[in-house]
Design a protein around this ligand. Structure first.
Ligand SMILES: *Cc1c(COP(=O)(O)O)cnc(C)c1O
Length: 269
C-alpha cells in the first residue's frame, strides 16, 4: 500500500496486545485474515472488534477459508468482509473473482470507491461463479466431512502436526468453535523430518492429489511450501527439521484419499 501513502503494520495474531499497542491516532483499518494462510491460527474475532470499536477504527476480514456458510462476519460486527470467489464460490478452479460484503456504515464510501476504481467482474466470470454458488452448501458439507476424516487419519501419525481445528481444547480449536459453524477443506501439516527429500517424495507420490497453489475446487490438492516467512510477517517459525505441507481436501471418496495418503506416507522418513 506504500504507493497510496498507506503504512501497514503486522500484529501477532496469537497476542492481540501487539495489535492494541500498534494502534496510533492515524490508524484507519484493522485487516484480519482468519485463519492465517499457512499458519492456520484462529484469532479471537470478538476481541478484535471490541478493540477496533474502542479506538473507532474500521475492520475488514478475509473470510475465504470459512465463507459466509460457516462464518458471518458482518453479523459479528466487522464492517467489511472479503471472500475470494476463485475458491469455494466457483468450486471448479476455472475462474477468478472476489466479493466484498459491507455494513451500512461504510456502504456509500465503498460504492464511491468502486465507481472511481472501475473494478468490474466480467459477465462470463460472474456466470461461472453464480453457477458454483448454487451448490456451495452441499459442497462445503462434503469438504468438511472429508477433511474431518483425513484429519483423524493424519493425526495418528507422530511426524505430523495438524494445522486445522481438530484437537479439542487446543487454543485454535476453541477460537474456531467460538465463531464458526463448520470447518472447510484446507489444512496445513507441519511435518517433522530430517530428510527433506522424503517429504518431497511423500508429496510427489500422491496420485489423487493434484499439485496446485490455489484451492477450493472439487479436486484434492497438495502443496509443499518450501519458503520460510521473513520480514514483518514472521509469526510461525519453522525449525530446520520442520516442513510445511498444505492440503486441500476435495469431494472425492475419503476412503480413496486415505488409501492414497497411506501409500505415499511410506516414503516419509
Ligand atoms: C486465494 C486467497 C486470496 C486471493 O484470492 P484470488 O481470488 O486467488 O486472488 C485471498 N485470501 C485468501 C485467504 C486466499 O486463500
Amino acid at each position: 500500500m506504500k504507493e497510496f501513502n498507506i503504512k501497514t503494520i503486522f500484529y501477532n495474531p496469537s497476542d492481540l496486545k501487539t495489535l492494541e499497542r500498534s494502534i496510533t491516532k492515524k490508524t484507519k483499518l484493522i485487516f484480519v485474515e482468519n485463519p492465517g494462510s499457512n499458519t492456520f491460527d484462529f484469532q479471537d474475532l470478538g476481541k478484535i472488534i471490541s478493540i477496533a470499536k474502542k479506538h473507532k477504527i474500521l475492520t475488514a476480514i478475509d473470510n475465504t477459508w470459512g465463507t459466509p456458510y460457516f462464518l458471518k462476519p458482518i453479523k459479528l460486527g466487522f464492517d467489511m468482509a472479503i471472500v475470494s470467489a476463485t475458491k469455494y464460490y466457483s468450486g471448479h478452479s476455472d475462474v477468478m473473482g472476489g466479493s466484498l460484503a459491507v455494513n451500512k456504515k461504510v456502504f456509500q464510501k465503498v460504492k464511491a470507491a468502486e465507481k472511481i476504481t472501475g473494478l468490474r467482474l466480467g459477465p462470463d466470470d460472474a456466470y461461472l461463479i453464480t453457477r458454483g454458488l448454487r451448490t456451495l452448501d452441499v459442497r462445503l458439507d462434503r469438504h468438511r466431512e472429508n477433511a474431518k476424516k483425513i484429519a483423524a487419519f493424519l493425526s495418528k501419525n507422530k511426524k505430523i502436526k495438524l494445522l486445522y481445528p481438530f484437537k479439542k481444547n487446543s487454543l485454535n480449536f476453541r477460537m474456531w468453535k467460538k465463531y464458526y459453524s463448520g470447518a472447510s477443506g484446507l489444512m496445513g501439516l507441519k511435518i517433522k523430518s530430517n530428510n527433506i527429500n522424503s517429504v518431497r517424495k511423500f508429496v510427489n507420490s500422491l496420485r489423487l492429489f493434484g499439485y496446485g497453489y490455489s484451492w477450493g475446487g472439487f479436486e484434492s490438492l497438495v502443496l509443499h511450501q518450501e519458503f520460510r516467512e521473513t520480514g514483518n510477517r514472521k509469526f510461525m517459525t519453522l525449525a530446520k527439521d520442520e516442513h510445511l505441507v498444505r492440503f486441500h481436501i476435495g469431494l472425492e471418496d475419503p476412503n480413496d484419499l486415505i488409501a492414497d495418503l497411506k501409500q505415499a506416507l511410506r516414503h516419509l522418513k
